[in-house]
Write a protein that binds this ligand. Structure first.
Ligand code: G3I
Length: 340
């Protein structure tokens, strides 16, 4: 085939290849005329996933017109941004941060060090301590530097504790002990001194051994001068079993009295088959109300936008928008609670 006839075919093939995988890595175009969110007493965030934002216009519109903060649901996690030892891939995370910037949202970075969503090259290696220490601090430095000035807060360490309050036995604890936490925070502070640094934990909203262990852990970090600014309470709950506002505020105060900020970072309220959306709305109001009333609580983030894309499945009806992105009573309750 003559060269002049090959060229258009090659161009077409290259274009088609670029279009594969639902445009993974491509910029996410902000919706036109979505409307701005109302002014609220606290930043109101949502976890957003790039696939949903690209494929589901109603999801994207609901996000843009409701929320004032954005957390990438998966796209900043280790296995996605640092899949091979010597290469980083920030395409999807950059697309989400670009969306947030174009629509005026604050960004919470999630998450730098977690025992889940780790690439095999981390979990399979038989590390030497110094080598793992270098890899860990290098990862934190690279990711935080990449987003310097664009990410307001980082979940530096995610879910370090077991339900009993003991430290998890992950690759970092096994090799480095609890010192990996201090290493990660110090590396993050050095890479972006203006970003607020959080330790994010689940299942700590109610009093008990895990909450006590979390208080002891962050007390120790503060005492040693480790640069931690806040604690994230995830607050994944079930309608009718969620903590009430008074209990949640008592939990928050255990951290704010140490000089730390708190945020509710992953709120969702699953509704059992027999449950009601009214109870769900009441529980959303309790969590957001606790944050509104507690001076040290600097924001509430909901873990998703619409039920269709919820990590626990649409059947749990856990989010403020339904599968068709129609507002639920929970949304009205959140807005009322956070209205100025
Ligand atoms: O991207 C792959 C896709 O290529 C593949 O075809 C598909 C098949 O299963 O999997 C996709 O990856 C999934 C990923 O979400 C993106 O959708 C993973 O399997 C799945 O495990 C992953 O789940 C995420 C989970 O963290 C991982 O533990 C959820 O979306 C995310 O909502 C959830 O978020 C966590 C927070 O980060 C920390 N706190 C708890 C919270 C809920 O578990």
């Amino acid at each position: 085939m003559p060269a002049r006839r090959i060229a258009p075919v090659a161009v077409l093939a290259a274009l088609l290849a670029g279009c594969g995988d639902a445009d993974s890595g491509a910029p996410i175009v902000p919706p036109k005329d979505a409307g701005a969110p109302p002014e609220l007493a606290r930043p109101l965030g949502a976890a957003v996933n790039a696939k949903a934002a690209r494929e589901d216009d109603a999801y994207l519109r609901a996000f843009a017109s409701t929320f004032t903060s954005m957390t990438p649901e998966n796209e900043m996690k280790w296995s996605l941004v640092h899949p091979k030892r010597d290469s980083y891939d920030f395409a999807d995370a950059d697309a989400l941060v670009g969306l947030a910037q174009a629509t005026g949202k604050r960004v919470r970075g999630h998450t730098l060090v977690w025992d889940q969503q780790l690439p095999r090259w981390i979990t399979r290696q038989d590390w030497k301590r110094d080598e793992l220490r270098r890899v860990l601090t290098g990862h934190v430095r690279e990711v935080v530097s990449h987003f310097k000035g664009r990410v307001a807060q980082w979940d530096v360490v995610n879910e370090p504790l077991q339900p009993s309050g003991r430290a998890k036995r992950d690759v970092f604890t096994r090799m480095l002990g609890r010192e990996y936490i201090a290493l990660a925070f110090r590396a993050a502070r050095a890479a972006d001194p203006r970003a607020k640094l959080f330790l994010n934990e689940n299942g700590s909203e109610f009093p008990g051994p895990k909450q006590d262990a979390l208080v002891a852990l962050v007390t120790d970090l503060r005492r040693r001068g480790v640069p931690i600014d806040g604690v994230g309470l995830q607050d994944h709950t079930v309608a009718g079993k969620a903590p009430d506002a008074a209990r949640l505020r008592a939990t928050m105060r255990r951290f704010t009295r140490l000089g730390l900020a708190v945020e509710i970072t992953e709120l969702d309220v699953a509704v059992p088959r027999s449950g009601s959306l009214a109870v769900q709305a009441r529980d959303y109001a309790a969590s957001t109300g606790a944050c509104r009333d507690e001076p040290g609580c600097t924001g509430v983030t909901v873990w998703g936008v619409t039920d269709k894309w919820s990590w626990i499945g649409a059947g749990n009806r856990a989010l403020p928008f339904d599968e068709q992105a129609r507002p639920k009573p929970a949304l009205e309750a959140i807005r009322r609670t956070l209205s100025r």
